[in-house]
Design a protein around this ligand. Structure first.
Ligand code: NAD
Length: 307
């Protein structure tokens, strides 16, 4: 079985481990700095195996050596957003954590693919890319799959149709500046622009942009994790099973979309070696301007951190 490392055994990390075990995507090792928590959660998950019918091994550790030889390492370590707190507020603290996490991944899993989840996502992806030296095919971030899942949920709710029949594409950073693309968003192949009036699309797009904050405000402490973990696991599955799914991922742009030296969400082909291709869509002037504005936010953060 392939090996999946999960750094951080909090809400997102543990849910990633559970979903991955349920799909038997590989054997899973969770690493966290809190003593006993990764071990306890891992044992609990292992004990669900006989009932749920999976044979993935799940172990927990406080020692990064436990991820040795991992094929994919999902990074969820860090501090979650608090109510009213902007993702960028987390920047400095999480940057330190992600630098040290990445150094450990380089030591123990030098052949791995790093899938970043920690926020602010696009900047943390850039840090892991820079610190690891693994290259953009092997270091990228999950955000767009989650944002699309939220968008698809709201479209299905609005139209009273199956969630499964919805398909969406969102570009840009994971935050208020994301760039949903209604003309590339469909229900069974029908663009939503033919199914919904513009005002309704605008309302759904706004709810999608605020999707993370809506849940933070409801939970009061902590942030979303079921849908984020599901999105991560879809990406891990595409990698480990070589499914070559086309999904939005935060990846270093080297001229694509007219952007350089910044990680933001764009459609990629995800397969066994990671990002196997970047799809460059023809954007309208307004969409391109929105994508550049979104990237500008993260370029600014990269400057602030002197990266
Ligand atoms: P959480 O607080 O439940 O879990 C975070 C865990 O990281 C904790 O258990 C903590 O002990 C651990 N940790 C901290 N420093 C560590 C280190 N150096 N090494 C190993 N573990 C360490 O938070 P959560 O809800 O699981 O969220 C985790 C991260 O994911 C946050 O940054 C959050 O903002 C982000 N997130 C991203 C998305 C996305 O779509 N990209 C969605 C949801 C959450």
């Amino acid at each position: 079985m392939p090996k999946i490392g999960v750094v951080g055994s909090g809400n997102v990390g543990a849910t990633v481990a559970l979903y991955a075990a349920q799909l038997e995507l590989g054997d899973i090792t969770m690493v966290d700095i809190i003593e006993g928590v990764p071990q306890g959660k891992a044992l609990d998950m292992l004990e669900a195996g006989p009932v749920l019918g999976y044979d993935s091994q799940v172990v927990g550790s406080n020692d990064y050596a436990a991820i040795e030889g991992a094929d994919v390492v999902v990074v969820t370590a860090g501090l979650a957003r608090k109510p009213g707190q902007d993702r960028l507020d987390l920047l400095k603290k999480n940057a330190e954590i992600i630098t040290s996490v990445t150094e450990n991944i380089v030591t123990y899993a030098p052949q791995s693919i790093i899938l970043m989840v920690s926020n602010p996502l696009d900047v943390m992806t850039y840090i892991a890319l820079t610190v690891s030296g693994f290259g953009r095919k092997r270091v990228f971030g999950q955000a767009g799959v989650l944002d699309c899942a939220r968008y698809r949920t709201f479209i299905a709710m609005e139209l009273g149709v199956s969630m499964e029949d919805t398909s969406a594409m969102i570009l840009g950073g994971h935050g208020d500046t994301m760039v949903p693309l209604p003309r590339y968003t469909t229900v069974s192949g029908i663009p939503i622009t033919e199914l919904l009036p513009q005002e309704t699309i605008d309302r759904i797009v706004q709810r999608t942009r605020d999707g993370g904050a809506e849940i933070v405000n409801l939970l009061k402490t902590g942030s979303a994790y079921y849908a984020p973990a599901a999105a991560v696991v879809q990406m891990v599955e595409s990698i480990l099973r070589g499914k070559n799914r086309i999904v939005p991922a935060s990846v270093l742009l080297e001229g694509e979309y007219g952007l350089h030296g910044v990680c933001v969400g764009v459609p990629v082909k995800l397969g066994r070696s990671g990002v196997e291709g970047i799809i460059e869509l023809k954007l309208t002037d307004a969409e391109r301007a929105a994508l550049h504005a979104s990237a500008g936010v993260y370029q600014q953060s990269i400057k602030e951190l002197n990266l």
